[in-house]
Design a protein around this ligand. Structure first.
Ligand code: ADP
Length: 273
């Protein structure tokens, strides 16, 4: 009583072995499916700039090269398509390195307010070049210091603030707020743009996922930005969260540790810079 007969014992072992094997097979199948999907996605993304460049170059070779104005216009467009191909390949490499864990994070203390100021300056310039009128609003009552990989956190802020600008209407607003909670600094990037439907909200951090394929194609993103953001924040033991309302806008938030600085150190920095 209480102990299993030898036959039932063997049966139990065989059963658990069969379950484990089935799990292994399921994982392999899932991996194969994932790889197939990924290759299909990449091929699709690569095709767009390659076809465009091919088109311009063949038209030039077919005679358009003789007209100086057309020549310049087509060469500029071909160069732009190649630039976007370069960005796509770079983003793919970054993501791949992050997913396989080979990318190194180089941590240091830095001023998060200064970093956000730099990003806003860069994007204000970009907006004016695109003839987009976006009002950037950055509220921070103090400059907070954090510990992280500055270059990568720059990328996080750049992607989030650029999206807030891209998926917005002309004349839209982007508000960035920095607030403190216990030992962390929370950054919120808020826009009053298109917003994201609830069914898409969970998937926007997947690589190549776009809410409206055709509309977003025009904006020229790679569909990898938020996947990169998620990985960088994971590398900082942080998470990205989002809330959004269609037609009203979105808020993307993340937190980083707050580093307390001796006020005299701050003064020294101001004096020496
Ligand atoms: P993309 O290169 O297409 O901008 P991302 O990974 O940065 O790629 O974003 C994925 C998708 O999430 C975008 O294509 C867009 O549909 C949606 N999205 C991201 N940020 C916003 C935002 N602030 N407002 C509305 N939609 C957004």
């Amino acid at each position: 009583k209480g102990s299993l007969s030898p036959l039932r014992k063997i049966n139990k072992v065989i059963n658990s072995y069969a379950i484990a094997r089935q799990k292994e097979i399921d994982t392999l199948q899932k991996n194969a499916e994932f790889r197939r999907e990924f290759i299909a996605d990449i091929s699709h993304e690569l095709k767009t700039p390659i076809f465009a460049t091919q088109g311009y170059i063949h038209t030039l070779l077919d005679g358009a090269i003789d007209d100086k104005q057309v020549r310049m216009r087509f060469l500029k467009r071909a160069a732009k398509s190649l630039d976007s191909l370069d960005i796509l390949v770079q983003d793919l490499l970054t993501l791949n390195q992050m997913e396989s864990g080979v990318i190194r994070f180089s941590f240091s203390e830095f001023n998060l307010k200064e970093l956000i100021d730099e990003v806003i300056e860069e994007l204000e310039h970009k907006a004016s070049k695109r003839d987009m009128h976006i009002k950037f609003d950055f509220e921070a009552d103090k400059s907070y210091w954090t510990n992280g990989d500055r270059q990568k956190i720059y990328r996080v802020c750049q992607n989030l603030i650029f999206n807030a600008m891209k998926y917005n209407h002309n004349g839209g607003e982007v508000t960035i707020t920095m607030s403190t909670h216990k030992n962390s600094i929370q950054v919120d990037v808020k826009d009053n743009g298109h917003g994201i439907p609830p069914e898409d909200l969970k998937r926007i951090f997947e690589r190549f996922y776009r809410v409206e394929k055709s509309r977003n194609k025009k904006e020229g993103g790679t569909g990898l930005g938020l996947a990169i953001v998620k990985h960088i924040l994971e590398g900082h033991k942080s998470k990205i969260s989002v809330s959004s309302t269609v037609g009203k806008g979105s808020i993307f938030s993340f937190s980083l540790p707050m580093v307390k600085r001796d006020p005299s150190e701050e003064k020294l920095k101001v004096v020496s810079s």
